[in-house]
Design a protein around this ligand. Structure first.
Ligand SMILES: Cc1cc2nc3c(=O)[nH]c(=O)nc-3n(C[C@H](O)[C@H](O)[C@H](O)COP(=O)(O)OP(=O)(O)OC[C@H]3O[C@@H](n4cnc5c(N)ncnc54)[C@H](O)[C@@H]3O)c2cc1C
Length: 470
């Protein structure tokens, strides 16, 4: 057998799994990539599995839309997850996609950035040259910060490395805010030092290479990332129930009783909660299902507020470099004719409220670099359906989304320690905060991933791993 195919099959657990008679009834809550992967794998193993999803679509934070251009042609754009490569090698996701017969496509983003501060424009490469730091001295400073016990937030670490408010510092801050999603003063300094190191190093390294801007790979599922959850959902078909918002979880004899907001109830023997940690606070749990102390800690996990505005544009590769200001990053990928505007932290949290102003300011910035090649329609708020077709710009605030309430989990400065430590459970390393409870309540979601939290890969990995505990 082809070696890659064998690896794929082993990761998905199908080679050595025979379909057996129906086993214990397992309920999975949440049809994002984590819940879908868990249910798909359990179904393949012969478990009696049912999946309950609050929305009318699968995919959660994977949400593709279609944007129409003035000439009537269309481009697929991503309101949520975009780049598979954000999950490192993404071996679980790539194996799953291959298993389902989905293709991956690669686009490219320029590494060039023009930073706009009021009327002043600075080129990334010039800004790095003006910095006293280089990649080697950056490394030494980061190492020194690891043992500095005085830091209160990631912002403190940045202020020590970059004491002056230079354009390069502002670029590093903006990139981090748009990557992690949070304001840097809300982030734990120590757990996020690697992100700071990597971000500043990457920008410096590119500038230190005298070759000028390079093209950075961006990978996605061909036809839109939502093809992955939709294909998984297609396999699970009548085992998924939509419009089911979990409200409470109680004991019922030797069963677990789930009650949904529409009044319906379901009993199960085992439960997988594949919902974001940010929404546990909306659900009532018996103390024996999730002890109050554990629940309180899950509720304390911080989430970013990354949001986007997506603008259909008329010229392919119109942007040879990206534009950034203190508020937003604007970029296109090769051949897609969509301008992506990213907003993090406080600005991202208020995208829906301030969408017209943010759109106008960002478009002003982009036009001052590239000329009037873009659409003018102010964004409308996208609906919660997959592949809706729009004629103008769209936006989506994940902070305002009832079933996510943020973009993805972060290492916030008030997070419980157990979010960053791991324990062994049946030979598997699991975040201590999400260890299974009494071998009947299990957890999944991007927030469980040790290496790849906040990514599609993290979600698929967690779904696969939880299904392997059965
Ligand atoms: C703006 C943005 C950009 C991103 N960019 C990238 C990127 O470029 N690359 C990348 O790899 N990742 C990216 N991500 C992260 C990625 O989207 C997530 O990590 C991943 O999709 C999370 O999957 P999940 O299954 O853990 O959670 P979700 O997708 O959130 O799925 C959880 C499901 O639970 C459901 N649910 C919630 N509450 C209830 C309830 N009470 N009852 C029933 N169901 C409920 C939700 O509706 C949802 O469908 C991005 C995310 C955002 C928001």
């Amino acid at each position: 057998m082809n070696k890659n195919l064998l690896k794929t099959l082993i990761i998905i657990g199908l080679t050595f799994t025979t379909i057996t008679a129906l086993q214990a009834k397992v309920a999975v809550i949440g049809a994002g990539l984590a819940g879908l992967t868990a249910a798909y794998n359990l179904d393949n193993k012969g478990f009696d599995v049912e999946l309950y999803e609050a929305r009318e679509r699968p995919g959660g934070r994977v949400h593709s839309a279609i944007l129409e251009h003035a000439d009537g042609t269309t481009t697929i754009a991503e309101l949520g997850a975009q780049n598979i490569g954000d999950g490192g090698d993404a071996e679980y996701l790539l194996a799953l996609a291959a298993m389902l017969g989905l293709e991956i496509e690669t686009q490219y983003i320029s590494s060039g950035i023009e930073f706009h501060n009021e009327a002043e424009h600075s080129d990334l490469y010039d800004s790095v040259r003006a910095e006293p730091l280089n990649t080697e001295s950056l490394h030494q400073q980061i190492q020194a910060l690891r043992t500095n016990s005085e830091l209160n937030s990631l912002q403190d670490a940045i202020d020590i490395i970059f004491p002056e408010d230079t354009p390069f510092k502002q670029m590093v801050e903006l990139r981090l805010r748009c990557d992690i999603g949070s304001d840097l003063s809300d982030l734990d300094p120590y757990y996020n030092l690697n992100a700071l190191h990597y971000m500043a190093w990457q920008l410096m390294h590119m500038a230190e290479q005298e070759t000028g801007p390079i093209l950075i790979e961006n990978t996605s599922i061909k036809g839109g990332n939502a093809m992955l959850p939709l294909t998984l959902a297609e396999h699970l078909r009548e085992k998924i129930y939509y419009g089911k918002v979990l409200k409470s979880v109680h004991e019922s004899g030797d069963q677990i009783k789930l009650t949904f907001t529409d009044g319906s109830t379901v009993e199960c023997e085992e439960l997988i909660l594949a919902i974001p940690a940010s929404v546990y606070k909306n659900i009532e749990f018996d103390n024996t299902i999730i002890p109050a102390e554990r629940l309180q800690k899950i509720n304390a996990i911080s989430y970013g507020t990354l949001s986007k505005i997506l603008v259909p544009i008329e010229e392919t590769d119109a942007l040879k470099h990206n534009d950034a200001s203190r508020q937003s990053i604007a970029f296109t990928t090769s051949n897609t004719r969509v301008l992506n505007l990213f907003f993090g932290g406080e600005t991202g949290a208020n995208v829906a409220k301030n969408k017209d102003d943010l759109f106008r300011n960002s478009m002003g910035m982009v036009k001052s670099s590239h000329g009037p090649v873009f659409g003018e329609t102010s964004p409308i708020i996208a609906d919660d359906k997959a592949f809706t077709h729009y004629k103008g710009s769209i936006t989506k605030s994940w902070k305002d989304d009832s079933f996510t309430q943020g973009s993805y989990s972060t290492y916030g400065k008030n997070n419980p320690a157990e979010f960053a430590t791991t324990s062994e459970y049946e030979g598997v390393e699991i975040k201590t905060l999400f260890l299974p409870i009494d071998n009947r309540v299990f957890f999944a979601g991007e927030h469980l991933s040790i290496e790849n939290n906040g990514s599609m890969e993290g979600a698929v990995e967690s779904g696969y791993q939880v299904s392997e505990l059965f």
